[in-house]
Design a binder for this molecule. Structure first.
Ligand SMILES: [Zn+2]
Length: 358
């Protein structure tokens, strides 16, 4: 069976205009650069590209993953961010996830964007649809965390699982996809694979190989905990050793990806050292796989790395050529003792991940 061609891009200026806090590293306006770059290239002009308007997720959809009490707290924080203390719900004005005016409404829209992407991908007219404003993988059932308010990737995976589908969720953000792992920790219907910088060095401090799921979910939570400063070559080796092998063995009905670009070597919040070249390799594997595919964004705090890499990734989804200026000209690569140490720690991460699998 041949796969459909074409790619959907969820876009509305409303998903790129909110401000968490003036000094906050997550700047939703970063998506304007991605959209403008693609528009200037002419990516939206061909027959394969479809710009998709997001919709607001319904409360029922949000409550598939989050508790009604938490949703009520987010609504109150959204209406009056400075009036009360919302820290018991993970929202604190001086910390990672501050309450801000309109946060509930814009989070419904970014979550609904992922649901639109899901519906478009499953409709069968497009190879993939991507919502770069989504991928907010740290949000927990009753707690905002790590810039994430509503966990759209978990909601998408849950909606797919509710339809009886087997879901492979692959998370390539620099941070462990803890909220999604947690939501499906006891399920063999959603395989979660997260490649990230080890929790020993980076938020949220989890994502070790021995977190492999419980009950019927044992072996269906896979973590590749990479050493700080991992560069392209060992990263690609780890991806190739773990992801194609396990996803193909699982034989999902649908592939869901979280494509945070904070592993980039210029990112100010993490220590991974990836370039656009490793990302091209990984996203081409997603694109060439036989599975229907729903894609989301995630972290990414170097605005230029976000702009170039996500524009490139959408071009890969489209099957279009990549202008050389989107690529990193001179990606970092270790040598000597650092090379040896990173390679050895990466080998251990690969081994641990494969041994954890069902
Ligand atoms: Zn991240």
């Amino acid at each position: 069976m041949s796969r459909p061609k074409g790619a959907g891009f969820v876009w509305d200026p409303a998903i790129a205009s909110h401000v968490y806090r003036d000094d906050h590293p997550l700047k939703p306006k970063r998506l304007i650069g991605v959209y403008d770059t693609l528009r200037q290239i002419g990516a939206f002009d061909g027959p394969g590209a479809k710009v998709l308007a997001p919709r607001a997720a319904t409360i029922d959809e949000i409550e598939r993953i989050h508790s009604p009490e938490y949703v009520e707290a987010v609504k109150r924080a959204s209406a009056s961010p400075s009036r009360n203390d919302y820290s018991q719900w993970g929202m604190d004005r001086y910390r990672d996830t501050p309450p801000f005016k309109g946060m509930h409404e814009v989070s419904l829209l970014t979550t609904g964007g992922s649901l639109v992407a899901m519906d478009e991908s499953l409709a069968g007219d497009l190879r993939v649809a991507v919502n770069f404003s989504g991928g907010l993988h740290h949000a927990m059932r009753e707690r905002a965390s790590g810039f994430c308010i509503y966990n759209d990737p978990a909601i998408v995976c849950a909606m797919l699982a509710d339809r009886g589908m087997k879901v492979a969720y692959v998370d390539i953000d620099a941070h462990h996809g803890d909220g999604v792992q947690h939501a499906f920790y006891d399920s063999d219907q959603v395989l979660t694979i997260s490649l990230h910088e080890t929790g020993a060095a980076l938020f949220p401090g989890t994502g070790f190989a021995d977190e492999r799921g419980i009950g019927s979910g044992a072996g269906y939570s896979i973590n590749v905990a990479l050493p700080p400063y991992t560069d392209d070559a060992p990263y690609v080796r780890a991806f190739d050793a773990v992801v194609p092998h396990l996803v193909d063995r699982f034989r999902p009905d649908v592939l869901v990806t979280q494509q945070g670009i904070d592993p980039h070597f210029t990112d100010p919040l993490t220590h991974l050292q990836l370039s656009t070249h490793a990302r091209e390799h990984v996203v081409r594997w997603f694109a060439d796989s036989p599975y229907p595919w729903v894609a989301m964004g995630g972290g990414g705090y170097s605005l230029d790395a976000v702009r170039r890499t996500w524009a490139m990734e959408f071009l890969i989804m489209l099957g279009a050529e990549i202008p050389p200026e989107l690529h990193d000209a001179d990606p970092p690569a270790w040598s000597g003792e650092e090379r040896r140490q990173i390679d050895q720690l990466t080998d251990e991460a690969i081994k641990g991940a494969l041994e954890a699998a069902w």
